[in-house]
Ligand binder design. Structure first.
Ligand code: NAP
Length: 236
């Protein structure tokens, strides 16, 4: 049975990606940080193979332990989706050092930690696919999102470098830039939502399930690596 890891899989986009992977027949390791009882119940009743793992992706030790756990439980790893992410919006002149550090730690260093710890198991498994979730904010910038934009822009560089270095091991690495989705992350951003709707040529937002479906087709495609896919109805 092929195995997959989805970071930040407890809710929002990550949850939809994990469900789509289960549907496709993967044993899915669903990583989370602070989700509680409700999440465990959801995954117990999801059917298929879903295994919850608590780990802070920003902590290399916890991520390494997660890799060892996956190796013990599944013996292989074929797909990694680096989805865990946070934002703490504030104007650049008001952003605190603590906010800046925590966003970069989770969104960028977390992704690096996961690639570095999971790639050896993927190599042993004969290769696979890493998908990193970036954002339009990383390409275009966005008022109030200095740290978030910086982390998501850096992810594009990290992904391309990983694609070049890991190609020899048959590991493909691509980035996805989802459109604006009404998840917990977005709920607090009324202005951003209104702006996204205004800029959308289709006058609509994105659904996490649509993004997950597109990610599944990227994973199924064998000859794509080092790319960034914008799944949006706003022009770049
Ligand atoms: P969300 O609903 O806020 O979910 C965030 C997920 O990340 C949760 O599962 C959370 O776990 C997990 N997480 C946060 N910090 C973590 C850490 N240090 N270690 C492990 N897991 C951690 O967010 P979302 O909207 O689904 O966003 C998913 C991804 O899409 C993010 O990378 C985000 O930047 C990106 N994105 C979102 C949008 C949008 O419009 N929503 C647009 C473009 C890109 P807990 O439940 O345990 O807290």
């Amino acid at each position: 049975m092929p195995a997959a890891l989805v970071t930040g899989g407890s809710r929002g986009l990550g949850k939809e990606i994990a469900l789509a992977l289960i549907e496709e027949g993967y044993a899915v390791f669903v990583n989370y940080l602070s989700a509680g009882q409700k999440t465990s119940e959801h995954w117990r009743s999801a059917g298929g193979f879903a295994h919850l793992i608590r780990a802070d992706v920003g902590d290399p030790l916890q991520v390494q332990m997660m890799a060892e756990h996956i190796e013990k439980a599944a013996g292989r790893l074929d797909v990694v989706v680096n989805n865990a992410g946070i934002t703490k919006d504030a104007l650049l002149l008001k952003q605190t050092e603590e906010e800046w550090d925590s966003i970069i730690r989770t969104n960028l260093k977390g992704c690096f930690n996961v690639i570095q710890s999971m790639a050896p198991l993927m190599i042993k498994s004969g290769g696979g696919h890493i998908v990193n979730i970036s954002s339009r904010s990383g390409l275009r910038g966005n008022s109030g999102q200095a740290a978030y934009s910086a982390s998501k822009a850096a992810l594009l560089g990290l992904s391309r470098t990983a694609a070049v270095e890991l190609a020899i091991h048959n590991i493909r690495v691509n980035c996805v830039l989802p459109g604006f989705m009404m998840t917990d992350m977005a709920m607090t951003a009324d202005k951003a939502m209104a702006g996204a709707m205004r800029k959308s040529i289709l006058k609509r937002l994105s659904e996490p399930s649509e993004v997950a479906a597109m990610i599944m087709s990227i994973i199924r495609t064998q000859n794509i690596t080092g790319q960034a896919f914008s799944l949006d109805s706003r022009m770049l």
